[in-house]
Design a protein around this ligand. Sequence first.
Ligand SMILES: Nc1ncnc2c1ncn2[C@@H]1O[C@H](COP(=O)(O)OP(=O)(O)OP(=O)(O)O)[C@@H](O)[C@H]1O
Ligand SMILES: [Mg+2]
Length: 341
Amino acid sequence: MRVLGIETSCDDTSVALYDSERGVAANLLSSQVDLHGVFGGVVPELASRAHLVNLLPMVDLLMKQQQLRLADLDGVAVTAGPGLLGALLVGLSTAKAICFAADLPLVGVHHLEGHILANALTAELVLPATVLIVSGGHTEVVHMPEVGVYERLGGTLDDAAGEAFDKTAKLLGLPYPGGPHIDAAAKRGTPGRFRFPRPLLADQRTVFSFSGLKTAVRTVVEELPRPLDEQTIADVCYEAQEAIADVLCHRLFQAARRKHARAVYVAGGVAANGRLRERVAAEAARRGLHFVPPERVYCTDNAAMIAYAGWCHLAAGRRDALNLDSFARAPLASWREGSPS
Ligand SMILES: Nc1ncnc2c1ncn2[C@@H]1O[C@H](COP(=O)(O)OP(=O)(O)OP(=O)(O)O)[C@@H](O)[C@H]1O
Ligand SMILES: [Mg+2]
């Protein structure tokens, strides 16, 4: 079965082909980082316009590279939400038009399900699993007894982990998005020079809070002599990353223990973070839990994860009508019947 995937929920235009016999046959990405970088964050209207310019030529390119016609596809999967509405609508309208023209089944995919199932593109999933979703807009822990059955255990009370990375980077004068820059700079950091809080670490609930960390970093950085030297930047990055990784790791394993999971997974852009992956791998090994970190290309937004998720829906006999709507926000819901835990 061949499924075309389309992802336009934020600032990356991506199209991919998932072939159930070959795996991910193509995963094309057009990043808008340069477009939004000068503004220090994503400008929704610019994102929609860039998707509009890029999407159809990318679909054309993929089909030519793969020597396929629309009739060779078995379905089209598209991110229906959550995300920026204007940006989502470009992808959704394009997917609908292709499905209408070629009489193909349409599947709307929840973006967070895409991030979770991206793990299946790296290694076969071991279930039941507890998943930490950490991205630019989300920080949540979800339990997955099987594909299509999701139980949200909790999430952030304020900022997402990705925002904590991006805001820390901004305070240090690092480029947008800041996560990868902090990841790189922290490798040269000195442990122990700074100390930031680990909010809610002792809390028994599955909750996170990152706004206090941002304030703590700002307070420290504002008192440092200007211009900031490279070593100081690396030292702040080191401690900020440690603080974020500490709370993320702690919560993930607390939840996994309660749910008697066999495996843990990380998903979303922040799952590309080297220190977080290292910490989760070490703790999983210590507790005898299965963990394989997802390939980094499948952590940040990509259409391969959407195509794969779409294939899971289609293989289970699910499809959407052509009046499917996009949504800016909505929790990840189960689409398969089954006990959530
Ligand atoms: N190596 C890294 N270390 C830490 N953070 C990272 C790393 N690479 C990317 N990020 C962060 O990941 C985020 C982007 O992730 P992703 O593309 O999944 O987010 P999004 O799609 O914008 O948000 P959402 O998925 O919640 O809608 C950014 O905040 C970025 O700084
Ligand atoms: Mg995302």
